[in-house]
Structure formats: C-alpha cells, structure tokens
Design a protein around this ligand. Structure first.
Ligand code: 5RP
Length: 233
C-alpha cells in the first residue's frame, strides 16, 4: 500500500512538471520534444493546448516520441526545416544546482543533445528525486559499434567502470535510434562535469555523452512535487 502511494506521488510529480513546462510554450513555437516518462505529460498537455487553438510544431528526439506525437496529433517538423527550435522540453536523470545534467537512461541522449543545443531555451522536467548535490554515478554514452573496444579502454583510463547496456526484452546490447551502442560509464562523484564531458567527447568513436554542461545559461528546471505542485528554477 505504501509502495502504491509512493508510486502515485512520483507520477503526480512528473505530471506536474510536464504540464507546467507545456504552459511555457507560446502560440506558433517550434518545440523540441524530449524523451521519457516526464516529457510524456508535457506532450499530453501540449496536445490539449493545441485543441484549444495553440499552434505548435514538434521536433522529436526519438522514435518513441515521434510515435507518441503522432498518436497525440502533434504535427512534427525537422531540424532541416526548423534548425533553431524556440524551446526544447526534456527530462533528465540528474540535475545539479548549476543546472548541469546527466541524461540518457532512455538511450536518446544524442538527439536530445542536438535538439537542446539548437533550441533557444531548454526546459528540463523532473521530479524532486532527480535533484542532486553533485552529479555522480552512471553516465550513459553512445558509441559507434566499430569503436566499442577502444572506447571502453579509454573510458577506463578516465577512471570509469564502463558496461555495455543490455536489452531487457532483447538479447545483446541496446542499439540506439541512430545505430549506436549505449555504454553506461560508471563514475563515482563527478567533481568537474565540464572536464569529464569534454574528455569523453574527445574519445574517437564516442558519438555523444549524457553529461550536458553547456546549456546552463538557457536552461529552466521545472521540479514537480508529490502533491502535484511545480516550481521553476
Ligand atoms: C532519455 C532521457 C530521459 O529524458 C531521462 O532519462 C528522463 O526520463 P524520465 O522522465 O522517464 O525519468 O534522457 O534518453
């Protein structure tokens, strides 16, 4: 019973964050649509606002999001047509006080980073459990399959314990929407996230790392609470 209540509270928090973020979108905007369970609520609210007359175009960061958008009736565009989306709404696995992020639990980190970089504003939607004192633990990293072995070795020299992510309802590695392999690079406390992001990105064969430190200046964080409240940082 307590577990069920905790789960309901967590879902309320995600919903509150997602819906609050959707209210930040204005008529006529091009919106980067992130991936995951919190963004889902933002998309549902965006679809409702659309039915009320607000016009938006979405740029999906994953197959999951593209399918959801289609089901919800959110029209989609591409970065080719709209290279500078007005705003992007996305989830995160960890957010520190400086609005630096770890992303990639859902293996969509590369497209998420491309859209975050291109967007005028980045709105991160999380429940309170994602807020941390310092980034730590697993940093998802997308890797070109050809380069897997040398990338694993290089990650070890950076002090990480890298593990190739395995599929749940699939044998073998998780392959991303881009054909990359997802490596979960376990770090301890990450004291200099900018340096670690740069060092991982410089490894030949790394497509993208889930450390996001470059967008703090244009980032708002919407933190949902278990009673359905949301505050914007
Ligand atoms: C996918 C992501 C997600 O945005 C992140 O994992 C948060 O997901 P959720 O809102 O389901 O907790 O980075 O690659």
């Amino acid at each position: 019973m307590i577990l069920v209540m905790e789960k309901e509270g967590a879902l309320r928090a995600k919903r509150a964050a997602g819906e609050r973020a959707a209210e930040m979108v204005e008529d006529g905007m091009v919106v980067g649509l992130g991936t995951g369970s919190t963004v889902k609520y933002a998309m549902e609210r965006l679809a409702a606002r659309q039915r009320e007359g607000v016009r938006i175009l979405g740029i999906p960061t994953s197959l999951q999001t593209a399918i959801r958008a289609r089901d919800l009736g959110i029209p989609l565009t591409t970065l080719d047509i709209h290279p500078e989306p007005d705003i992007a709404i996305d989830g995160a696995d960890q957010v520190d006080r400086g609005k630096r992020l770890i992303k990639g639990r859902g293996a969509a980190l590369t497209r998420e980073k491309i859209v975050a970089a291109a967007a005028g504003r980045l709105v991160i939607v999380v429940d309170r459990s994602k807020m941390v004192e310092g980034l730590h633990g697993v940093v998802p990293t997308e890797v070109l399959p050809f380069a897997l072995a040398p990338v694993l070795a290089s990650l070890k020299t950076l002090g990480a314990a890298p593990v190739v992510r395995e599929g749940v309802a699939k044998d073998g590695p998780v392959v991303s929407d881009n054909g990359g392999i997802i490596v979960d690079a376990g770090f301890g406390q990450i004291r200099n996230p900018e340096d670690v992001e740069r060092a991982i990105t410089l490894i030949p064969g790394v497509i993208c790392t889930g450390l996001f430190t470059a967008y703090t200046g244009k980032t708002s964080v919407v933190v949902g609470g278990e009673k359905g409240e949301a505050r914007v940082l």
